[in-house]
Design a protein. Structure first.
Length: 93
């Protein structure tokens, strides 16, 4: 099951007993902090959930799937996520 942002906000609001506006601000703040920390420090550890890590992908040559011609793929930054061991254990119980 996937969850939309409004569904997450509603769930947090209901479970924490706070207003929808406060829950929405909490979700926005969490997302902003995660992005800022990964951009500046290169990683964000969310204890019990996992680690978000910034990785740099080098430029490479790929193939255009339509015609098979070689194309240049620019270098870029990406984010990897590694699940915490306690999270894996909880899911497998």
């Amino acid at each position: 099951m996937s969850m939309t942002k409004p569904e997450l906000v509603k769930l947090i609001s209901d479970n924490a007993g706070i207003t929808l506006k406060a829950a929405e601000q909490a979700v926005k703040t969490m997302a902003d902090l995660l992005v800022d920390e990964v951009k500046t420090e290169g990683r964000f550890v969310l204890a019990g959930v996992g680690v978000f890590t910034l990785v740099e992908r080098a430029a490479k040559i790929g193939r255009d799937p339509r015609n098979g011609e070689p194309i240049k793929i620019a270098e870029k930054k990406a984010v990897k996520f590694k699940v915490a061991a306690s999270f894996k254990k909880a899911v497998n119980e």
